[in-house]
Design a protein around this ligand. Structure first.
Ligand code: ADP
Ligand code: MG
Length: 569
């Protein structure tokens, strides 16, 4: 058995450094957080050669007196908490007192600082964790921490670093995020002599976003805000409309009590609020601040404090979701650009939509690609149309009576179902379609706006009880006349769309109604060609013998039965 010995403090710090100092950006994070904790108003980050040569942070914060400068580089030396209880109401970013010690253990570190009340500052120099020099120096109030040759003595860790460009990218991203969370601080990033980011410190978040993303991005920002009733939870910030979405999550910032965090469920809550407005594998851009009572947050869940535990995560997630949805919705109705002003325009009601619905449908030519699932039906030969609603046909079993509307409904329903994956995709309407709802329908619409949006509807809410339909699900977009969608929406809402009905129910019901509206009416005459086409399409459906509502599409009269009726048997 080997003997237990206490670790040399330098070794202990080097081990701690493994957790805290993962890469140059994590050094930047710790140093910047310290400057912010010291109430700095100006903060300058220098970053050379991907951070492996120089990482320095200058601030004009409260500074440290000579004793504190010496203490600051010792492990577990912190001015921020005295006892465990303090963690519950933390108003600083740091609290473990190990960052400077850890960084000092794996680099050449100089800490220089001065407080207002002292005539001069103090400087401590560490070489791989050991103080090699210290002494007074003249400087302004504030602190400069200078970290050079990071991991120089740790070839394995140095090798694990990405390219200087990638390390700079990570640091740049981090500083941009900090800048958003601290708009009142003027931040500057200078990398290899070039100024990459500078913020004015005016307190305006949108101004900071402008520095990060340019004036066009700032122009497109949509404000969002929300507050939980009585819960002391508030969310606020800026989001961008869905067309700004990107293939990565680079511009997604959530700060909880001004601490930048990664939190999966909060992020998901925001992303889901965009719903089907986002194309596949695209991520929205947002900068959001969450304010929550200190006792609801546990920042001590992760060594670099990047992840926090939230006690009322679902409340916050729900609030975020609603707030983002609401501002997207408002934004859309402001952005509404009426081709013909639907509000108050003559005929702006459902009668107008109904009129349009009377326009003709186009008959599809038979599609060879449809598999013949039902050979019997495929073999039917239409003989005549009867009573403007039935097709008489002869086939293997005798005489067939086909309900043209029910059969066509089945055809459309199956086609919609085949395209159901496209349900999430929306197709814009050339002419936005105004719809006026009854109060009950309006109520249902308010409750189910999310589901409708997930089903691919984009509906602008013009206030009052007027909606404007701007996009419809792609699956139903190829129907010749789209105005039926207004009807189907109304009928869906009118049916009392209960919240316990899952989306699949809604989708199904939507498809069935869409099919019904799209299908040929019972009073229309059919040409021989049209009857042929309908029969061919029916043969390719999953269950050609019933319509989506369950009514039969075909009745059969066998030769035996006819013979029997005629008294031949
Ligand atoms: P922590 O931030 O967890 O307290 P650090 O190792 O990061 O631990 O810093 C140790 C202490 O050094 C801090 O508690 C603070 O008192 C002091 N300090 C570090 N950086 C600064 C700074 N930029 N300005 C003023 N004080 C600082
Ligand atoms: Mg710290």
């Amino acid at each position: 058995m080997s003997r237990i010995t206490r670790l040399d403090p330098t070794v202990a710090n080097q081990i701690a450094a493994g957790e805290v100092v993962e890469r140059p950006a994590s050094v930047v994070k710790e140093l910047v957080e310290n400057a912010l904790d010291a109430q700095a108003r100006h903060l300058r980050v220098t970053f050379d050669d991907g951070g492996s040569r120089v990482i320095a942070v200058d601030d004009d914060g409260s500074g440290m007196d000579p004793d504190d400068v010496r203490l600051s580089v010792e492990r577990h030396a912190t001015s921020k908490i005295r006892q465990l209880d303090d963690l519950d109401n933390l108003n600083s970013l740091g609290f473990r007192g190990e960052a400077l010690a850890a960084i000092g253990a794996v680099s050449h570190l100089t800490v220089a600082s001065r407080v207002e009340s002292e005539p001069y500052g103090w400087r401590v120099v560490l070489e791989q964790g050991r103080v090699v020099d210290e002494g007074p120096l003249a400087r302004a109030r504030g602190t400069r921490v200078d970290c050079r040759d990071l991991f120089a003595q740790f070839p394995a860790r140095r090798k694990a670093l990405k390219s200087p460009g990638a390390e700079l990218g990570a640091a740049h991203q981090l500083i941009a995020n900090v800048a958003v969370a601290y708009p009142e601080v003027a931040l500057t990033l200078v990398a290899d002599g070039k100024t990459l980011l500078t913020t004015p410190g005016t307190g305006s978040v949108s101004r900071v976003i402008q520095e990060i993303g340019g004036p066009e991005m700032a122009e497109a920002l949509i404000p969002m805000a929300g507050e939980a009733l009585g819960g002391g939870v508030r969310v606020s910030g800026w989001i961008l409309p869905p067309q700004w979405a990107r293939g990565n999550r680079q511009h997604q910032v959530i700060a909880i009590n001004r601490r930048l965090v990664k939190n999966f469920s909060l992020r998901a809550a925001v992303e889901q609020a965009y719903g089907s407005m986002l194309p596949d594998r695209r991520f929205p851009l947002f900068w959001i601040a969450v304010e929550i009572p200190g006792e609801d947050v546990d920042p001590n869940a992760h060594p670099t404090k990047a992840e926090v535990r939230l006690h009322r995560e679902r409340v916050v997630a729900g609030l975020l979701h609603t707030a983002v949805r609401q501002s997207l919705r408002q934004h859309r109705s402001f952005a509404f650009d009426p081709i013909e002003n639907p509000v108050g325009a003559p005929g702006n009601d459902r009668t107008r939509a109904a009129d349009v619905a009377q326009t003709s449908w186009t008959w599809d030519t038979p599609d060879d690609s449809i598999p013949v699932l039902h050979r019997e039906i495929a073999e039917l030969i239409p003989l005549a149309q009867w009573a403007a609603r039935y097709i008489l046909a002869q086939g293997p079993q005798g005489l067939y009576l086909i309900d043209q509307h029910a059969a066509h409904e089945r055809v459309y329903y199956d086609r919609f179902r085949r395209n159901v994956h496209d349900m999430q995709l929306a197709q814009p309407l050339l002419l936005p379609l105004p719809i006026t709802l009854t109060p009950a329908e309006w109520e249902a619409f308010q409750q189910h706006a999310d589901e409708l949006s997930q089903a691919g509807f984009r509906i602008d809410d013009l206030g009052g009880t007027t909606l404007v339909l701007r996009e419809v699900p792609l699956a139903v977009a190829d129907v010749a006349d789209l105005s039926f969608v207004g009807h189907l929406l109304q009928s869906l809402l009118g049916q009392g769309w209960h919240s316990q009905h899952p989306i699949s129910w809604a989708t199904d019901s939507l498809l069935a109604t869409a099919a019904c509206k799209a299908a040929v009416k019972s009073s229309r005459g059919l040409s021989r060609q049209e009857m042929d086409a309908l029969i061919a399409e029916m043969a390719g459906t999953d269950s050609p013998r019933s319509c989506p509502h369950g009514r039969p599409t075909i009745l059969t009269l066998t030769l035996e039965e006819v013979d029997r009726r005629f008294g031949r048997r």
